[in-house]
Design a protein around this ligand. Sequence first.
Ligand code: UT7
Length: 305
Amino acid sequence: MAKPGKVVTNDDLSKIVETNDEWISTRTGIKERRFCNEEESAYTLAIDAARNAIEAAGIKKEELSCVVCATVSARFITPSLSCIVQKELELPEDIPVLDVNAACSGFIYGLEVARGLLNGNQGKYGLVIGCEELSRLMDMTDRSTCVLFGDGAGAAVIKLVESGPYETVLGARGGYEITVEGAGPEVSHIKMDGKNVFKFAVDAIPKCLNSLLDKAELSLDDIDQVICHQANARILDHCVKKLKADPSKFYKNMDKYGNTSAASVPMALCELVNMGTVKAGDTLIMVGFGGGLTWAGALLKYGAK
Ligand code: UT7
């Protein structure tokens, strides 16, 4: 993963907009977030996260057969973030390299795109990145959004294996509840109808999780960790209660990073692996939800041979 250098606390934000640590912490679980400093951008974060993932996987660059990056906040529409990573890390040229926009569900959509691209490339690996520089898109006068988001990146190397379950659920309702107008001369800003997105999320997460479990013919007891998009601690608490689940299986790190959209799931995965909580052979569920009113879930084995 890659964490930008600038730590912004709730108290720091209370000096910019009318807000306070108490409101932000109790309503969202967020205590601080990280923003890119002057030397950093979505590009540097994506490159660092990708390099770390390749090193951690212990593979050679030549063994990669696709690069997929999920993002909504890259500075250029083209070249894609994936192409920048490819160039900077000198990855192979004769492979598909592309970005995916499915907002906060993006990393899981990216996994599925990479899985499709790996078909017919048995033995090869795919690099999937989730990377955001949302600080660039924030209206720092709008307290209803500027306290929520942060920058960051996470990445994973994937491989198709015969063993172990693999199921996905992907969908979208089509909606304008979260928007970023882009590519015009005006500065783009994130706008969000938080209340409606909250209702959508607490409905989508359990549905996603239950369909994955049904498809795999497993129960929550068979799952070692559920890694959800880190938008709001209350959303996850609500889902844990609804599912009568063990809360320790639902990792939370929004207190440190805020909502990093497509980066939140791979960042949480990387932290869990670094802490030794997720180990090779563990069965994981990942769930994303967000802009476009997309949702996505994946049930898979981490580190399966
Ligand atoms: O990543 C994509 C997915 N996104 C999400 O999942 C986000 C889902 N939504 C949420 O997490 C929550 O709806 C929010 C955290 C965005 C908002 O929480 P809420 O409990 O729904 O608050 P609200 O928007 O209903 O606002 C309640 C009050 C309002 O004041 P009044 O009208 O009751 O007087 C707001 O003006 O809180 C006020 N408020 C604030 N006060 C202090 C809104 N933002 C702030 C703030 N500081 N930053």
